[in-house]
Design a protein around this ligand. Structure first.
Ligand code: ADP
Ligand code: MG
Length: 242
């Protein structure tokens, strides 16, 4: 079964028709990378999946459940998805371990000791073992984004949504964050990620999706999209960014 299915998703802000009928499927263990120019609708797509934005038309299914059904509890649906966005949103007044475990304890009702044990284990596994008790401002931007990823995966979400998670980072720090995403993909996480890092997309994605003016213009394997794009808009975009 697909972890994520979008059927004919539309979203407008006023008279700005941003998503114009998006169909998309992400299978279990699949890493799907969304590329496209600024303003093409990538973040809006991510935000509708996480129910931050309400769709105007169409359906979003998470493991078969229609989460756009108005009767669905949005908080409960959201709790099944791990998200990391461009700007770190760690709480500055909370230690790393508390940042990492807060949602697991508050939203998922995970016992504090179990959450701390799992958080400590994951932080250690991803090279942050000595940061457990630090406050976020003691960490580099790359370390903060890795903490945000650990927070997002602590409760084993069905889907991981990553929106431009390296765009605000010093170029020196991008690699350590992308390496972590690569590890998660290799370990079987289901990931939908918007990024401008084309070489990463090419080497890590199972499938690449090109968004253009609110539509998925084409999608395929990295070799297809980067090696032999069919659409002129895809060719022009890649010529600009590669
Ligand atoms: P991308 O992530 O591909 O750069 P976005 O989804 O951020 O694209 O933006 C697509 C379009 O939607 C832009 O025209 C942007 O101005 C508009 N938009 C996004 N979010 C909002 C919002 N909350 N209110 C109004 N317009 C928005
Ligand atoms: Mg964006």
């Amino acid at each position: 079964m697909s972890v994520l299915e979008l059927h004919g998703v539309h979203k407008s802000f006023g008279d700005n028709h941003v998503l114009k009928g998006v169909d998309l499927e992400v299978d279990q263990h699949e890493v799907v990378v969304v590329i496209g120019a600024s303003g093409s609708g990538k973040s809006t797509l991510m935000r509708t999946i996480n129910l931050i934005e309400q769709v105007d038309d169409g359906q979003i299914l998470l493991s078969g459940d229609d989460i756009t059904d108005p009767r669905v509890n949005a908080d409960r649906a959201r709790a099944r998805i791990g998200v990391v966005f461009q700007h770190f949103n760690l709480f500055p007044h909370m230690r790393v371990i508390d940042n990492v475990t807060l949602a697991a304890r508050r939203v998922h009702g995970m016992p504090a000791d179990a959450a701390v044990a799992k958080g400590t284990e994951l932080l250690g596994k991803f090279g942050l073992g000595d940061k457990v008790s630090d406050y976020p401002d003691r960490l580099s931007g790359g370390q903060q984004q890795r903490v945000a990823i650990v927070r997002a995966i602590l409760t084993d979400p069905e889907l991981l949504l990553l929106d431009e998670i390296t765009s605000a980072l010093d170029p020196m720090l991008v690699g350590e964050v992308l390496d972590l995403v690569r590890e998660l993909g290799d370990a079987g996480s289901t990931i939908l990620m918007a990024t401008h890092e084309m070489s990463f997309a090419r080497s890590v994605a199972d499938r690449v999706v090109f968004m253009h003016q609110g539509r998925i213009l084409e999608s395929g394997t990295p070799d297809q999209i980067f090696g032999a794009p069919r659409e002129q808009a895809t060719q022009e975009f890649l010529a600009r960014v590669m």
